[in-house]
Design a protein around this ligand. Structure first.
Ligand code: SF4
Length: 500
């Protein structure tokens, strides 16, 4: 039902922990928002009966809770002290094809290797064609499988050099979690599009897309995996207590381009990504929204005895709405934050309303208004983004039923005008509300049914993020600005070779 862009994946890995599979399960659970179509865990251990390393794996369609609903899977099947896990939402590679569920695990001349990927390779099509010409047979339509073929085809002698060789050939957005027989390897592409953090629990290193996965297992955040860093955790790490790092050369200049949308919407507000707390950055987005659109300029019909109320579209917009209210109050403009929309948390993504398939019904199933805080008031709705605008329209209609005096819609990011090629799923450009109405804000406001619609400017977005996070690293803003940091004229892999 959601009318938001969707992330591809969440990844987690841990090395040298007696409960590696269990902690990975919890980590994936915390990262569930990054992918809800399938989940999987691979572990590694030496099987003395077989006298070789083995990599048990369990993966399936569904949420983490459903895929691992039998505790024996974690305790008895997924043995070993090292594990990687993956939550998936797909766009490259069909969602229906079970072969596309990650992690991928293969055996080749130097042992077992498994990989989980968050991102999108920009040159997947070219690599697939090259490998196909060499006679490679593919099991999946996912760009992630290509990485395993590149490792296996490398002429380098040492396994780590084969992996570095493969990474040198891929471009685009990738945070990777890899498991070999005796190593955990975490990789972040040189642009640093997707987040990846290093943590430690019970003396064991772990790596995750977001730090909320550390909190759930009581792990401590150590640092981010740096853009272009290939972090190797192995037996040597146990002796020195230090992972080994290799660095990939940036392909397109030295600028990093971390996904700014992770701060706007994707990541959890209780996570720390790109070296700063999401909550802090999101509040600053609300602050900048207030600087650009103070409440006194927004509301025109405020009743003398009632302050304007600011309500958020839960849950991702709560923090920005708080930031907006706080800044307005600081500059002397009266307003208050209210819980005006209640979200039903028990509606899953697969919810089907029998007999009523309309979007309106789906929105009503997920949200309800709180009449008492809306009636007779000036209402400001704060949302983090608008994609197609259909959900916003139904929310506004629902709020209007409670007879507010006026409704204004404020967005804590700029209009989305262009697709993402770096690991997020957006609708096609002509479905985006900003493009459907030629970026004419007044027409968009009419479509949504509000008295006014206002967005944070692209400059405001970048300034708000940089003020909250004073790191030198840069950001990708391509879906708002069409400035793509890595060329996208390669085309993204198409599912032309789908087999099921
Ligand atoms: Fe993030 Fe947008 Fe850039 Fe994609 S295009 S990486 S969603 S900022």
């Amino acid at each position: 039902m959601t009318d938001k862009p969707r992330d591809y994946c969440g990844i987690f890995g841990i090395y040298n922990h007696p409960e590696a599979a269990l902690l990975t399960y919890y980590g994936l659970h915390a990262l569930q928002h990054r992918g809800q179509e399938s989940a999987g865990i691979v572990t590694s251990h030496y099987d003395s009966a077989k006298e070789r390393w083995v990599m048990p794996m369990h993966k399936d369609f569904g949420l983490v809770l459903n895929v691992f609903d039998d505790h024996k899977i974690l305790k008895k099947e997924l043995k070993g002290k090292a594990a990687i896990g993956h939550n998936r939402y797909s766009t490259t590679g069909s969602a229906r094809n079970p072969a596309n569920i990650q992690p991928f695990r293969v055996h080749y001349r130097d042992g077992n290797v498994a990989v989980g990927h968050n991102g999108n390779l920009a040159n997947a099509k070219q690599i697939r064609q090259r490998l196909r010409d060499k006679g490679v047979i593919f099991q999946s339509t996912s760009d992630t499988e290509l990485i395993l073929h590149l490792i296996s085809h490398s002429k380098k002698e040492k396994q780590i050099d084969q992996i570095l060789d493969a990474l040198d050939q891929i471009e685009g957005a990738y945070s990777l979690m890899m498991l070999t027989d005796n190593r955990l390897i975490a990789v972040r592409d040189p642009n640093g599009f997707r987040p990846l953090a290093l943590g430690k629990v019970d003396g064991s290193y772990c790596v995750a897309s977001e730090t909320c996965a550390f909190d759930i297992i009581g792990a401590e955040y150590i640092r981010d995996v740096e853009p272009g860093e290939v972090l190797v955790i192995d037996r040597n790490t146990l002796e020195t207590d230090k992972p080994t790092s290799y660095y990939l050369e940036p392909e397109y200049g030295t600028e990093t381009s971390q996904c700014i949308f992770e701060y706007v919407y994707f990541s959890r507000p209780d996570s720390r990504i790109f070296e700063e707390n999401v909550d802090k950055v999101r509040r600053n987005l609300g602050k900048y929204l207030a600087k650009e659109h103070p409440i006194t300029e927004v509301c025109k019909k405020v009743p003398p005895d009632k302050k304007p109320v600011v309500i958020s579209v839960p849950d991702s917009s709560n923090t920005a709405a708080l930031g907006y209210v706080h800044e307005n109050q600081k500059i002397g403009h009266e307003c208050k934050f209210e819980i005006g929309l209640i979200r039903n948390h028990y509606v899953g993504r697969t919810f089907i309303s029998p007999g009523q398939k309309s979007r309106d019904q789906k929105v009503r199933t997920k949200f309800n208004k709180v009449r008492g805080v809306i009636e007779g008031r000036s209402v400001i709705i704060v949302d983090d983004s608008i994609v197609r605008g259909t959900t916003s329209r139904y929310l506004v209609d629902m709020i209007r039923e409670a007879n507010p005096r006026e409704i204004h819609f404020l967005v804590s990011s700029p209009p989305i005008i262009s697709p993402c090629y770096y690991g997020m799923d957006f609708p096609s450009p002509d479905e985006l509300i900003a493009n459907r109405f030629d970026r004419d804000i007044d027409r968009m406001a009419k479509e949504i049914g509000v008295d006014s619609l206002r967005y944070l400017s692209p400059e405001g977005l970048v300034n708000a993020v940089k003020e909250a996070n004073d790191s030198e690293k840069g950001y990708c803003t391509a879906c708002f600005t069409e400035n793509y940091p890595v060329p996208v004229n390669f085309g993204v892999e198409k599912e032309e070779n789908e087999i099921v």
